[in-house]
Design a protein around this ligand. Structure first.
Ligand SMILES: *Cc1c(COP(=O)(O)O)cnc(C)c1O
Length: 219
């Protein structure tokens, strides 16, 4: 099966999960995660008309996306991997959304860099719903104060929350927690769900799902 066939299959599964949850399929955005795949592997998916993609490394994305963005107008590129502050300038220049705002320093650097470049990036705060020590993200208990700081001190608009549940746990409670945090803090968007659990995420209210393997194949 080609990546385009798998893309269409994933879209169908999202639509079905949405209908099962009493939601409109169009309310869920599919982010095709193209990390580790080169431009030739991505191009057919662009030719099919898909425009929303996710990458987890700034440097890797810089190697393929400037040319693809020229070739295919309307691409919307999301950074879904960790951002180092020394890469903020490049990230703001290339990406349309950054889903991994996970500490004050990065929020500050992003605010400064967006002003400098005159560019507004859609921002998501990453929440470490499983409180995993090795994982990035704001602790659930610190979420409200972090969001308040982003708004009041930095003047940032935070569009959504993002989480990556622990690999070996039922993701449902993590998705539910992310949704609760969003509701408590007046945040509209939820980026949650990957190849293994995007249908569950849709049931719990995901507005974006980030799907790599199920579209492009194993990495
Ligand atoms: C790689 C990645 C994905 C996609 O994972 P798959 O299991 O391949 O669908 C989603 N979100 C993040 C943050 C990732 O790094």
């Amino acid at each position: 099966m080609s990546a385009v066939d798998r893309l269409n299959e994933v879209k169908g599964r999202i639509a079905e999960a949405a209908r099962d949850a009493g939601r409109a399929p169009g309310d869920i955005e599919l982010i095709a995660v193209s990390k580790t795949f080169d431009a030739d592997a991505i191009r057919p998916v662009l030719e099919e008309g898909h425009r929303v993609f996710g990458e987890n490394r700034v440097q890797e994305a810089q190697g393929k996306w400037p040319d693809l963005k020229d070739e295919f107008p309307g691409v919307e590129l999301h950074l879904i991997g960790p951002l180092q502050s020394n890469k903020t300038k490049e990230a703001v220049a290339l990406f349309d959304a950054i889903q991994t705002v996970d500490r004050e320093k990065i929020a500050r650097t992003l605010a400064t860099e967006m002003k400098k470049q005159g560019k507004t990036i859609r921002l998501y705060v990453e929440v470490n719903t499983g409180m995993e020590p090795q994982k990035a993200g704001i602790a659930p208990d610190d979420c409200a104060s972090f969001l308040a700081m982003c708004r009041a001190e930095l003047g940032l608009t935070i569009e959504g929350l993002m989480c990556i549940p622990p690999f070996d746990e039922n993701p449902g409670p993590h998705f539910a927690l992310l949704r609760k945090l969003a509701e408590e803090n007046g945040i509209a968007k939820l980026s949650m769900g990957m190849s293994g659990d995007f249908e569950t995420a849709v049931a719990f209210g995901a507005t974006s799902v980030r799907v790599g393997t199920a579209i492009f194949g194993a990495r």
